[in-house]
Write a protein that binds this ligand. Structure first.
Ligand SMILES: Cc1cc2nc3c(=O)[nH]c(=O)nc-3n(C[C@H](O)[C@H](O)[C@H](O)COP(=O)(O)O)c2cc1C
Length: 324
């Protein structure tokens, strides 16, 4: 059984990956997507999306203290030109990336207009070519994985896309169990993944709508997948991965209580302080509180208290008070 932290553009950056990874229960992270459109991108673009690639001696004297491991971080690319995606993947690998994930699920309008992300779910042969070109460009030691939705306007293309991606040489397929048209509307259709897994020799990873241990158990039953990817559920319940691991060991698990969560949020605030201009101070914390509200009502009250503040000291004091 393996648990992956889902990529979430604008939400799960390397600070969040570091924090949740450190807490435990997560086997693997994926970066926010890097968009490939016209060129082989400069190194700084890769390092910005995936600071885990930063060589140890260039880490501002922080000795890696706020960087996750590059070995457990996949770098995600999004693009529609097979050769260009492959060349950018090669560049990422030259910079130290240990695995490349290809995004075929992003529903964003700007991305789909330029023919990337979920739009490609209607273009099975192009999906195939992108995966094949990337796989052929990289050494076999580097994993090439793909993340899809069940389809674009409906859920009819899921099996042919999954088979095409596997035939193109992908090492693993992650499936967000909804079409682009389904958006984020529950439910997630986990049973489709069972059909996919029956047709594929590579591992299939189930994703979508896992918020609780109960959801996880049901998802496993319906999908037959041994690996799951969780995004919003891990933001709402940061130790859900630990609870799942405890469940597999047959142990009871006590979820973290609010002061422990507030301590984590305080850690995130301090980690991010130097990285955001004053006008964005605390934005990441506020964003996280929005997800935490689902499990911790105290997060809602704290959000109300700090929502208009951009003052580091004020937000820090509020978090220290909550952390007890
Ligand atoms: C704000 C946000 C940003 C996302 N960014 C990405 C992304 O960069 N790459 C990607 O493959 N999926 C992205 N996703 C989709 C998630 O990885 C995941 O498939 C989706 O949230 C369903 O999983 P969940 O129910 O566990 O959150 C994003 C989702 C959200 C809500």
């Amino acid at each position: 059984m393996q648990i992956y932290l889902a990529p979430m553009e604008g939400v799960i950056d390397h600070h969040m990956r570091f924090l949740l990874d450190q807490l435990g229960g997560i086997d693997l992270c994926v970066t926010e997507f890097i968009r490939v459109s016209k060129t082989v991108l400069p190194s700084r673009v890769f390092l910005s999306a995936c600071p885990e690639l930063t060589p140890l001696n260039e880490r501002d004297g922080k000795e890696g203290s706020e960087y996750g491991s590059v070995n457990t971080t996949r770098l995600q690319l999004l693009g529609s030109n097979p050769e260009l995606v492959a060349l950018n993947a090669q560049k990422a690998v030259e910079l130290g990336a240990s695995a490349i994930d290809l995004n075929f699920g992003c529903p964003a309008k700007t991305v789909n207009r330029s023919y990337g992300g979920a739009r490609l779910l209607d273009e099975t042969s192009l999906l195939h070519d992108i995966v094949k070109a990337t796989r052929e460009q990289l050494p076999s030691s580097v994993l090439v994985t793909a993340k899809i939705r069940l389809g674009y306007n409906d859920r009819s293309s899921y099996l042919r896309n999954a088979i095409a991606i596997a035939e193109a040489g992908a090492d693993e397929l992650i499936v967000h169990a909804r079409s682009k048209a389904d958006g984020y509307q529950p439910p997630a259709y986990w049973t489709y993944l069972n059909t996919i897994q029956q047709h594929l020799d590579i591992p299939v990873v189930a994703n979508g709508e896992i918020w609780t241990l109960g959801d996880y158990i049901e998802c496993r039953e319906q999908s037959g997948c041994d690996r799951v990817m969780i995004g919003r559920g891990l933001l709402a319940r940061p130790d859900l991965g630990l609870a799942i691991k405890a469940y597999h060991r047959g142990e009871d698990y006590q979820y973290m209580i609010w002061p422990q969560i507030a301590t984590l949020a305080l850690q995130l605030l301090r980690l991010t302080q130097a990285h955001y201009p004053p006008k964005h101070m605390g934005n990441r914390i506020k964003q996280w509180l929005f997800y935490l509200m689902r499990s911790y009502p105290q997060a809602g009250a704290l959000f109300e208290n700090i929502k208009r503040s951009r003052d580091f000291d004020f937000i820090e004091r509020a978090l220290i008070k909550e952390a007890g």
